[in-house]
Design a protein around this ligand. Structure first.
Ligand code: G1P
Length: 272
């Protein structure tokens, strides 16, 4: 089973910082943001992370490649903690596919169709970090309890923010699980069926990948993953795990990236 991380975006909100450096490589406390997401993927049932990259962002691939000479030099100099950290990053099981045109999240995911080989798969959006790595196993448990159904993480947001997100309709089956009846991408406030917003962690059935093969651009002129999820509901059940907003850290804007750095740094200092 694979975990897919779309990473081909331009990072426009962080320009000029992202002019020569991918947004995913920006530092969060002591490692690039994307390393948190890769580690989260590998802490789940996934055996490999597939990064959907653009051909211009080679530094992401360099980061996850072995660097034996650097490791040897650090060891010779007695810097074993740094050597271990470099070795660890180079040993993470990551592979790459390429999205050559920015046609939307649904298109990005479909670029990894061959990698998922007809199996269920995870999608992890890199704008949010889940450093305790507990969300995907919780989603997997819900899927296992419902015959392998797709499960997505959703977060309650203030009503006026719904139009930034995918939003679900459905009904509660327990305190923190909903059965989804439909999804809509970036609805107007008055059209939003709930305040439960798609957060950026998905466990999806292989049928979603098949539907993406013929998906057409909609909201924002892009091929939307949310549309394929709404379409699969005609054929399969889907559930939502309602997460505590405190479990996820947004790095999608400069303000939230700074705040995430502050909170995670403080946590590390306190040894939590
Ligand atoms: C994407 C998804 C949206 C989801 C959001 C979470 O939108 O299309 O459904 O709610 O991520 O961050 P984007 O932020 O790429 O516009």
């Amino acid at each position: 089973m694979k975990a897919l991380i779309p990473a081909a975006g331009l990072g426009s909100r962080f320009l000029p910082a992202t002019k020569a450096q991918p947004k995913e490589m920006l530092l969060v406390v002591d490692k690039p943001a994307i390393q948190y997401v890769v580690e989260e993927g590998l802490a789940s049932a996934a055996d490999e992370v597939v990064i959907i990259n653009s051909r211009e962002k080679k530094s992401i691939e360099e980061h996850f490649s072995p660097a034996p000479e650097l490791v040897a030099m650090l060891r010779e100099r007695g810097k074993s903690a740094y050597a271990d950290a470099v070795e660890h990053a180079g040993n993470l099981n990551v592979s790459y596919v390429y999205q050559d045109e920015p046609l939307g999240l649904g298109h990005a995911i479909y670029c990894a169709a061959e990698k998922t080989a007809g199996e269920p798969f995870y999608v992890l959006l890199g704008d949010v970090l889940v450093p305790d790595n507990k969300m995907l196993p919780a989603m997997q448990a819900i899927s296992d309890a419902h015959n392998g159904a797709s499960v997505i993480a959703v977060m309650p947001v203030p009503e006026e923010e719904v139009s930034r997100f995918g939003v679900i309709a459905g009904a509660a089956v327990s305190d923190d699980v909903w059965k989804i009846s439909s999804l809509v991408e970036k609805p107007a406030v008055e059209d939003a069926p709930s305040n439960l917003a798609v957060f950026g962690r998905y466990l999806l059935s292989p049928r979603v990948m098949e539907l993406l093969a013929n998906a057409k651009p909609t909201t924002g002129g892009e091929i939307q993953l949310t549309d394929a999820l709404d379409a699969v509901l005609q054929e399969e059940e889907m559930y939502a795990l309602i997460i505590d907003p405190a479990d996820g850290f947004d790095t999608g804007t400069i303000e939230s990236w700074l705040e995430t750095n502050n909170v995670l740094y403080q946590r590390q200092k306190d040894g939590k």
